[in-house]
Design a protein around this ligand. Structure first.
Ligand code: ATP
Length: 238
């Protein structure tokens, strides 16, 4: 797999329904493991959508390997994959095999069906092939979505709260699996545990970069600030 290309944002802002949601973000992302933390409503998911080209900046620029992700969706198939927080926002097809084949077909893969069979066999889940997606549990559906993304072998995978709604053993299994992936991972979470050990943490606050640096220092400060806010009943602004 080729090295993940640099992602850059230059003074990128997003206004939604007249409200500034992201404000003047300038970032150069080159690290292998990146965490983005922030409170509810701080703009994390909007940033992920912006990086993936699902929305365009209201002003400023976003480039993935020099390409505008909002303008060239096809070029992004091999560059960016997304694992959404809710697998049901991602799954489009009734059966596992159809779901897994879709991305490959979009990419012009010569034999998606054979690739799906091979992947399910390698995962020890050949019995999933014809299973209806809605018969899988939430954790299994999320795993299915991860498999679909992995099969497309994008350079970078964007993960939105990947551990939310999963029980502890499923979280551990997913964390181990993610850890071994050769791709660049950009993980978005309100939970500092989900991004402990990454190379770089970006802390968003009110749509702006509040802190940006090594995980131990930034996460210690983030935990402290969240504990202080929690002690103050400070959720009225959510
Ligand atoms: N389509 C939209 N129209 C208007 N406002 C929006 C839209 N999408 C998001 N927002 C607002 O933008 C802000 C940031 O939302 P976003 O979902 O990016 O935050 P988040 O950090 O991912 O939050 P959470 O942790 O709760 O998922 C919120 O105040 C939200 O209400």
């Amino acid at each position: 797999m080729p090295q993940a290309e640099t992602i850059t944002m230059t003074e990128a802002s997003v206004t939604l329904a007249g409200r500034p949601v992201l404000v003047g973000l300038s970032l150069t992302l080159t690290e292998h493991r990146i965490g983005i933390v922030g409170r509810n409503g701080s703009g994390k998911t909007t940033l992920l959508r912006l990086l993936a080209g699902l929305i365009a900046p209201t002003s400023g620029t976003v480039r993935v390997g020099g390409i505008d992700p909002a303008k060239d969706r096809k070029a992004m198939l091999s560059r960016l994959g997304i694992l959404f927080q809710n697998p049901d926002h991602q799954i489009l097809f009734p059966t596992v095999a159809e779901e897994l084949a879709f991305g490959l077909r979009q990419m012009g893969h010569p034999d998606p069906q054979a690739a799906v069979r091979a992947t399910l066999a390698a995962e020890g889940r050949p019995h999933w092939h014809d299973a209806p997606c809605h018969h899988l549990s939430q954790g299994q559906r999320q795993y299915l979505c991860l498999l679909a993304v992995m099969m497309m072998e994008p350079q970078t995978i964007l993960l939105d709260e990947p551990f939310a709604g999963l029980d502890l053993p499923t979280q551990s299994r997913l964390a181990r699996r993610l850890h071994t992936l050769p791709q660049r991972l950009i993980t978005i979470s309100h939970d500092p545990t989900a991004v402990a050990g990454v190379d770089r943490v970006i802390w968003l606050e009110g749509g702006r970069i509040h802190r940006d640096g090594p995980a131990p220092a930034i996460l210690a400060e983030f935990r402290g600030a969240m504990a202080d806010l929690g002690a103050q009943d400070a959720d009225a602004d959510l």
